[in-house]
Design a protein around this ligand. Structure first.
Ligand code: DAH
Length: 341
């Protein structure tokens, strides 16, 4: 076979190999086989020395043409295979957007936060604002200014943790009443939710740390009727439209007159059941008309203004709301319990 024939054969074989290369890797192997340093075309060119001087340029030109043709074929095939590969990749990566997604476990609000948010929402809707006060409080705000002097028996029911003789962990949110009077002029409408502390042993209905929500409204001409209407609206929104409330006379040092407020049992509707212990009513709030002495201490003229105040235990309303019989469930952070809300 002379050199021309050899070149012709290389070209034919190369074209066929390129045509049948099924992947970019295979195609590269073909390129190396024919055009590489140790490739077949290079091998033929190395034998050109044996040709006659007049043959050499002609065969040389032919060899160049063959190289160009093979190179052009390689490029074409390369483009084609690349496009096919891209298409396959896209197909493999196709997402079925109609498939159900993988659920991400996200947390949710604690039952106490659920109820607190509801309570806030209800009072915000009646024009109240939400205020706060310190958990480490002066004896003055927690007791003294609320008409509970040092030797008052009401202190016995609210023993707490003292930081100094005059500084303590607050036993009630009622101190925020005084702090608010000092900072704002009437009309005042506020609720003050927060943590309170008492030196109590833990059981199903007691904890040394729990939560209260204080409420207070002060303006000209506020009466006990306003207290009743406000708390009735609150009870109906929280426990349902059919809920009734009842005021019973009571005593608190900082309100006069004072009352305890019961709601009709939302489980039995008032007939008596295990939740209301057969009573038909459940006590949830303390309240009354702000004592004139307390108004004066807060810098408000009791001749011109009057007000009502109330306090409610958050745990208590949450427990009734969700039918819980043990307060400790709310603090133990057991997800088997918390998951249910
Ligand atoms: N602070 C009282 C308690 O812890 C609850 C209370 C009663 C708050 C009457 C009030 C109120 O604002 O007027 O028992």
């Amino acid at each position: 076979m002379d050199t021309r024939e050899q070149l012709e054969q290389i070209r034919a074989e190369a074209t066929a190999s390129i045509e049948s290369a099924a992947s970019l890797q295979e195609l590269d192997a073909v390129r190396v086989k024919y055009l590489g340093k140790k490739g077949e075309l290079t091998a033929v060119l190395k034998t050109m020395g044996k040709l006659s001087p007049e043959e050499r340029p002609k065969v040389g030109q032919m060899a160049n043409e063959v190289r160009e043709l093979i190179t052009a074929d390689l490029e074409k095939r390369n483009e084609l295979l690349k496009a096919a590969q891209q298409e396959m990749k896209l197909k493999a990566e196709t997402i079925d957007v109609t498939l159900p997604g993988t659920k991400v476990e996200i947390g949710h609000k604690h039952p106490l936060s659920i109820v607190l948010d509801e309570v806030k929402e209800i009072f915000l809707g009646m024009g109240f604002e939400v205020v706060g006060g310190p958990e480490v409080e002066w004896d003055y705000y927690n007791f003294e200014a609320l008409n509970i002097p040092k030797d008052h028996p009401a202190r016995d029911t609210q023993d707490t943790f003292y930081i100094t003789e005059n500084m303590l962990l607050r036993t009630q949110t009622s101190g925020v009443q005084i702090r608010t009077m000092e900072n704002k002029k009437p009309p005042i409408r506020m609720i003050a939710p927060g943590r309170v502390f008492r030196s109590d042993a833990v059981d199903a209905t007691h904890s040394p740390l729990f939560h209260q929500i204080e409420g207070m409204a002060i303006d000209e001409g506020i009466t006990m009727g306003d207290l009743k209407g406000t708390l009735e609206t609150f009870a109906k929104k929280l426990y349902g439209e059919q809920t009734k409330i009842r005021l019973r006379p009571h005593h608190f040092p900082f309100t006069e007159p004072s009352c305890e407020i019961d709601v009709s049992c939302f489980k039995c509707g008032g007939c008596g059941c295990s939740m209301c212990k057969g009573e038909g009513w459940i006590e949830i709030l303390g309240g009354g008309m702000v004592h004139p002495k307390v108004l004066r201490t807060g810098g408000i003229d009791p001749e011109k203004y009057s007000g009502f105040a109330f306090g409610v235990g958050l745990e208590r309303i949450a427990m009734f709301r969700f039918g819980l019989d043990d307060m400790r469930l709310l603090y133990e952070n057991d997800v088997r319990f918390l998951d249910q809300f």
